[in-house]
Design a protein around this ligand. Structure first.
Ligand code: NAD
Length: 321
């Protein structure tokens, strides 16, 4: 079995490689070549942690496995380690033997950022200039860095429940040479793309705080009960997701579905847009919304790519198992 420790990931994996792996696996999912297993995610009643498993099988790429891990909200304050902790396990689909164990923390951030980036590439208006961030935690910085590569953005605006965290994203904007402005939520009407990545359990962005033509990527809601935008926004928007089953159960769409505002059949896979079987955005005034729930196949795709890179560079640790 091969081991690729967390400490090696930063030097191996790039944003570009993560984007490519995620775009490809979203396309494979929509084509029926890859599927995700039902997600297990539990509040374990210890350290307020959410822990679970996300797995799947990509028949085209022959990638089988799972990511185990979750979210420990007290990590940063108590232990100075990031709140999101995970490990990816890959198995040989021919034999079932364990093939690789890969540090999943940085990969999670990169694959999650790649997902919203893929949605921006395929759904945002080409002339998008202003990007609005809701959230300023660990993932937000990765999200913004990746998103800025998708369009010729000229300005970053941001809102966060904890305003003292806004410098995290202001720094990313500054690194990219872009001005940053902290705004009230009403200010999000000035955004062409909005990215939300928070751990909120109540709607933040109102349905009327979004302008026509905007693309919104809701990335924080990955558990039952979480919510980042008012449910009515989903009925104003054309809704896309990574995986419809997750979108309606643990994603942002769970609330609009429960309230009867949209039906499951109103939600399309972004992979269908990538494959050209869904037209995607059809007008400059259309609001598009990507419900990024985070699928196991994303994790497996980036982990498999990193294992290949680690083997090629002689960094992978081989153990008898
Ligand atoms: P973090 O702890 O570093 O940051 C949390 C963010 O949420 C901060 O912006 C914080 O101000 C905000 N927040 C906290 N409490 C809030 C509240 N009550 N109302 C509104 N905002 C609040 O976490 P992170 O690592 O940046 O992760 C953010 C979220 O993204 C988590 O909920 C995590 O589960 C989710 N996530 C989703 C995916 C996916 O694939 N969709 C992948 C990874 C993480």
């Amino acid at each position: 079995m091969l081991i690729v420790p967390e400490r090696e990931i930063a030097d191996l994996m790039t944003r570009e490689a993560a984007f490519e792996a995620v775009e490809k696996v979203f396309a494979a999912m929509a084509a029926g070549d890859a599927y995700n297993f039902p997600v297990v995610r539990e509040a374990i009643g210890h350290e307020d942690a959410l822990y679970g498993f996300k797995g799947g099988f990509d028949r085209a790429g022959l990638t089988l496995g799972l990511k185990a891990g979750g979210y420990w909200p007290n990590n940063l304050e108590k232990r100075s380690i990031i709140n999101h902790q995970s490990t990816v396990f890959l198995f040989d689909p021919d034999t079932g033997k364990a093939k690789a164990m890969v540090g999943g923390n940085l990969l999670t951030a990169l694959r999650t950022a790649a997902a919203s980036s893929v949605s921006i590439k395929h759904l945002a208006r080409d002339d998008a200039k202003v990007i609005g961030m809701i959230g300023a935690g660990h993932q937000a910085t990765f999200q913004l860095r990746a998103a800025l590569e998708q369009r010729a953005f000229e300005k970053v605006i941001g809102w966060n429940f904890h305003p003292e965290m806004l410098p995290n994203i202001a720094t990313v904007a500054e690194e990219a040479g872009l001005p940053f402005e902290a705004v009230e939520l009403d200010g999000m009407r000035g955004a062409d793309v909005i990215l939300s990545i928070t751990s909120s359990f109540a709607p933040i962005l109102g349905a009327d705080q979004v302008s026509p033509g905007c693309h919104i990527a809701c990335m924080g809601t990955d558990t039952k009960g979480k919510q980042e935008v008012e449910a009515a926004l989903l009925s104003r928007a054309t809704v896309f997701t990574d995986e419809v089953a997750q979108s309606v159960s643990i994603g942002e769409a769970q609330h609009a579905i429960a309230e009867g505002l949209i039906a499951e059949s109103d939600i399309s896979q972004v992979g269908a847009v990538i494959n050209g079987t869904h037209p995607g955005r059809q007008s400059a005034d259309e609001i598009t919304l990507f419900d990024g729930t985070g699928v196991g196949l994303q994790d497996l795709a980036v982990a498999a790519a990193v294992v290949d890179l680690a083997v090629a560079k002689g960094i992978a640790i081989e153990v008898e198992f």
